[in-house]
Ligand binder design. Sequence first.
Ligand code: BGC
Length: 760
Amino acid sequence: MKTSHRAALARAAAGLLLAAPILAHAQDAQIERKVAALLKQMTLAEKVGQLHQLSGRQFTGPTSSNYADKLADIRAGRVGSMLNVKGVADTREIQALALQSRLKIPLLFGLDVIHGYQTVFPVPLGESASWDMDAIRLSAHIAAQEAAASGIHWTFAPMVDVSRDPRWGRVMEGAGEDTYLGSQIAKARVLGFQGEKLGGTDAVMATAKHFAAYGAAIAGRDYNAVDMSNQQLFQVYLPPFKAALDAGAATFMNSFNTLNGVPATGNAFLQRDILKGSWGFKGFVVSDWGSIREMVPHGYAADLSDAAVKAITAGSDMDMEGYAYSAHLEQAVKAGKVKMKLVDDAVGRILYKKFELGLFDDPYKFSDASREKAVLGDASHRAAALDVAQKSMVLLKNGVPGAAATPLPLSRDLKRIAVIGPLADSQRDLEGGWVVQGDRAPVASLLEGLRSHAGKGTEVVHAQACAPGCATLDASALNAAVTAAAQSDVIVLAIGETWDMSGEAKSRTDITLPGQQEKLFAALKATGKPLVVVMLAGRPLVFNTIADQADAIVYAWFPGTEGGNAVANVLFGDYNPSGKLPITFPRSVGQIPLSYAQYNTGRPVTDEHNVVYKSAYIDSVNTPRYAFGRGLSYTSFTYSDLRLDHSELRGDGKATLSVDLANSGAREGDEVVQLYLRDMVASVVRPLKELKGFQKVHLKPGEHRRVQFIIDRDMLSFYNSQLKWGAEPGEFKLMVGSASDDIRLETDLRLLDASKPGHP
Ligand code: BGC
């Protein structure tokens, strides 16, 4: 069944590449005519209605009078879209109200389908650790299929915000710290959500969010201001948005933060100049929840009316739960503060998508009860969730490097395994935040997963020791855990964050393990039994003692519906771990923000024992605990014979870099071969390393393969101080390795001529 999904995705990709341009053109003009005709019939109030998005009862309460008002507004044609209404029954009921309005313009139903709908996939950061674009695309596609079968037209995903600050709880929702990896993942997710073409009942509109730079909130505090150079913005933070747009993202969401003093929601530079200007975006921009209204407390708008004027002028098309457009836009147009053509442009963009989705032909197209039942019950979705959950797990430690025996994988001949810890038997914590479908598919806990996968003769005993979060550690519960551990051959300890500690508004100043979990670890360590730690979290945590003392560590993130089985497959070796960190794990909060793509400085540390007057700390080394790109396997890989076919480039020339990768261990497995580059001297200093390519390669023991990367001018380019994109002549170092701090081979390349400065 998995294969048929893959085939469908392959068709989708081919369709996008080949058929789309010709067909799209004919359809464009037709839809545009329909939009123009409809706009002519609309009153100003009806136009403003299309820009107004309201939340369903989930966030207002079914009995709230406010909710009754909302329903009345829908009937009167004063609402263009709803969020947080889902399921065939509810979406039909609400759509029927919109069809009572004068022009019968159907509603758009949007929802935060962030990592699955009914089938819950790993949180996006976890999934990103798979570095597997097919698996990521498939997971988005399944989420879209399930959501689209439940009346949803539109997901507020993917979040493509680069973030280098694990204090920020929303790192969980993104692809991590890297621009290149983030751009590949943005593309995969958009293609997955939007399927072959918008309008298909297996596709939803994607939203590239949060435009822009939300992931760089000062001090990692959610909603905080962002202050950064335009160069950093263009070089690091914008490319994943551009990748989402190039993949066809139907909508963008702006963000809560200010960027260099201007709220993103009221930011014409971002929305008009870049997005709708130089990038030519034809879809529409939705505000973030109430972000238009929030321009008042920001100190950017005097009142709600001023906020409405500033937001529409800056290019925010739809007002999500901000009530600024609904209350003030009509008046602002009448008073000449906002030109009608701005309103028409915003409404036109939204109507266009409604036509494209086919809602004018059949407003209930996505609300078919029999399809809902069939799609939500599709067993292949669980198989895909298991596959990507396994691929997302990162093996951070497995015994002592070089030792003959490793603690993992676990033998099926063990007599007794003690499964211990606050998260060992939790179902909810496997799923993480943003689980939108209340009526969930059953989830196997980690304990259940281990029980069903253990050898026939193995007894699996369990002691929870403390509740999720481990706020208190009761002496008798601790004793019971230690006793169970002492009588077992191996301990599997499940610790980490609870599901609600990462995500929106979940910033933390201290990202060590919450509560008494380190104490629990120490007590179990004292038994002398082999201790395998499985860590659940939505962000990198700091756990130095455990990193030093645990025998093995599997970072499982929040792995979703199939998380318990996925962990069991990894621990017993039925799946050989292949995940690589998409974000740096610091040693301490004091090192944050920390990324592998840092600058050298004029005083780099060359000797860790001599750091006086160097760019260093007096109380810590500079290096992270686990670097970007890290992740072990049960087998080993050897890199050899790096070849560059041209050591000089000029004009449109390309060079081929190739390396031989061999599986030198005893199990089959996957390696992510990573290509990094450094521009040695440039008019603007370039980072020590930047990821420019990667390939995930599956090899049997003894097998080897030549892995190739094409080096072109674009790969060598960057934004100069004038924000012009181009490459400068000179030396480049090309590095190939297994992690950003595990470069196996390197070579040099010389670029002979400069690019004509321009845009990518
Ligand atoms: C979040 C968005 C989300 C929206 C709707 C906001 O608080 O920032 O990412 O899509 O709520 O739920």
